[in-house]
Design a protein around this ligand. Structure first.
Ligand SMILES: NC(=O)c1ccc[n+]([C@@H]2O[C@H](COP(=O)([O-])OP(=O)(O)OC[C@H]3O[C@@H](n4cnc5c(N)ncnc54)[C@H](OP(=O)(O)O)[C@@H]3O)[C@@H](O)[C@H]2O)c1
Length: 224
C-alpha cells in the first residue's frame, strides 16, 4: 500500500511502567494525568479522524472531544470542522446504542464487515470492508478513509486495532506515555495485541523525542 493512498497514522496511548494499557480486567484506563489527557486532546485536535476499537468504546462508553478553546480556534483557522470524525472499528457491529458516545456531538463513522447495522446507532457513515487475515481488510479500510478526505488519523487504541494496523504497515508515528504505576497480569492488554511478532520481523522505531513531565515520560517514535 502506497503511503499516499492512506492517511498519515499516529497512535497515542498511555501505559503503565510495566507496559500495560489497562488492567487485566480491561477496565477503562484512567491512570494518565491531566497533562496526559491534554496531550491526547492536542493530538486529536490535529487529526481529521480518530479511530478506536469496539473494545475501547465498550470500556469507556465515550470518546474524547476537542474542548480547549485554543485548539478549537486552531481547527477553525485551518478550515477544519470543530471535531474530527470518530470512527469505531467493530467486526460484529454489536455496540451499546445507549452508550454516551451516541449522544456526544461528534461526527461518527463505523468501520465493519457487517452489511446490516442496527439503525438505533446514529452513524453518519458506515464503511464496510471485506474480511481479511487480521479480522478485516485494513488496506481497503485505510484507502477508503483517504478517499473520504482523512489525511491525518489518530488511533487511540486499543491493542487489537494497533496490532492490525501494524500488520499492514499502516502506522507512521507512536506516542507512548509511561505512567507511574504497575498493573501486571499476563492477560492485561499492551500497546500491541494480536498474536505477536517474531523479534527478527519486528517493526523498528526511531526516537523522535522524549520528555519527562511530572511523574510521566512522553515518548515519541516514528515507525521505520
Ligand atoms: N491506556 C490507553 O491509552 C488505552 C487506550 C485505549 C484503550 N485502552 C484499554 O484497552 C482495552 C481495550 O483494548 P482492546 O485491545 O481489548 O480492544 P480494541 O482494540 O479497542 O477493540 C477490539 C475490538 O475492536 C474490533 N477489532 C479490533 N481489531 C479488529 C480487526 N482486525 N478486525 C475486526 N475487528 C477488529 C473488534 O470488535 P468486535 O468485537 O465488535 O467485532 C474487537 O473485539 C480497554 O481496557 C481500555 O481501557 C487503553
Amino acid at each position: 500500500m502506497l503511503k499516499s493512498d492512506r492517511p498519515y497514522v499516529t497512535v497515542v496511548l498511555a501505559m503503565s511502567a510495566d507496559g500495560k494499557i489497562a488492567d487485566a480486567w480491561r477496565s477503562p484506563a484512567r491512570f494518565g494525568s491531566a497533562q496526559d489527557k491534554s496531550h491526547l486532546e492536542t493530538q486529536i485536535s490535529q487529526a481529521d479522524g480518530v479511530l478506536f476499537g469496539a473494545g475501547t468504546l465498550r470500556a469507556y462508553g465515550s470518546t474524547l472531544r476537542v474542548t480547549h478553546s485554543d485548539l478549537l480556534q486552531q481547527r477553525q483557522q485551518q478550515g477544519k470542522p470543530p471535531q474530527p470524525v470518530h470512527i469505531v472499528c467493530s467486526q460484529s457491529a454489536q455496540l451499546d446504542p445507549n452508550s454516551v458516545f451516541f449522544r456526544q456531538s461528534v461526527p461518527r463513522w463505523l468501520l465493519t464487515t457487517v452489511v446490516q447495522v442496527d439503525e438505533q446507532m446514529p452513524f453518519e457513515r458506515v464503511i464496510t470492508v471485506g474480511k481479511g487475515e487480521t479480522g478485516l481488510d485494513w488496506v481497503d479500510a485505510l484507502q477508503q478513509f483517504r478517499r473520504l478526505g482523512l489525511e491525518q488519523l489518530v488511533v487511540t487504541g486499543g491493542g487489537e486495532v494497533v496490532a492490525s494496523l501494524l500488520g499492514v504497515g499502516g502506522i507512521d508515528e507512536v506516542w507512548l506515555t509511561v505512567c507511574p504505576l504497575l498493573l501486571g497480569g499476563r492477560d492485561a492488554p499492551t500497546p500491541v495485541g494480536g498474536t505477536g511478532i517474531l523479534e527478527g520481523m519486528a517493526p523498528r522505531l526511531a526516537l523522535l523525542g522524549v520528555e519527562a513531565i511530572g511523574q510521566e515520560v512522553f515518548l515519541h517514535y516514528r515507525v521505520l
